[in-house]
Design a protein around this ligand. Structure first.
Ligand code: S3P
Length: 173
């Protein structure tokens, strides 16, 4: 099986994915890290030097490559991956693949992202906390239509990582 973790930036996809993979004895991959390795460039540099559209094409290319070649894999996507190039349709139609939306609340995301702006090209330029909060609210609203297509949704607020991973396992088998 390929388990795909979906969710907004800072929703815990990679942290939880790593724990889940260990528990299942699966390989873990983070799509951003995979792209960075393959392209030998940081995601923020790809955004800044080649543009977002180029980055989105790379995401789609490597997502398809991984879905076609891997098994026993937990794959955490970038926050935008499900929202471009019909990637959700690709995921839903892939054999032996389960997608799970890790749903964090807007206040939780704001708190986490306030401290992590610089490494995230989509929000690095937002100057005040108020503007960041407004951006996240609107952006998450737009993206939710894609995220909610996942096979299952797990809310993550006020839960410890191990409990969330237990819930993930229950959704998979
Ligand atoms: C993005 C999220 C990032 C990364 C890129 C764009 C997005 O991944 O792919 O900066 O569009 O939400 P994370 O969700 O792992 O931060």
């Amino acid at each position: 099986m390929v388990v795909i973790l979906i969710g907004y930036m800072a929703s815990g996809k990679s942290t939880l994915g790593r724990i889940l993979a260990k528990k299942l004895n699966y390989e873990f991959l983070d799509l951003d890290d995979f792209i960075e390795k393959k392209e030998n460039a940081a995601v923020s540099d790809i955004f800044n030097l080649k543009g977002e559209i180029h980055f989105r094409a790379l995401e789609t290319q490597y997502l398809k490559e991984l879905l076609a070649s891997k098994n026993n894999l937990v794959l955490s996507l970038g926050g935008g991956t499900p929202c471009y190039s019909n990637n959700m349709e690709t995921i839903l139609n892939a054999d032996n693949t389960k997608s799970i939306y890790l749903k964090a609340s807007i206040p939780t995301l704001i708190t986490r992202l306030k401290n992590e702006k610089s490494t995230r090209p989509l929000i690095a330029h937002i100057e005040t906390d108020d503007l960041l909060a407004e951006f996240i609210g609107k952006h998450l609203f737009e993206r939710s239509q894609f995220y909610s297509l996942a096979n299952a949704t797990i809310t993550t607020d006020n839960k410890i990582a191990n409990d969330i991973v237990e819930e993930l396992v229950l959704q998979l088998f």
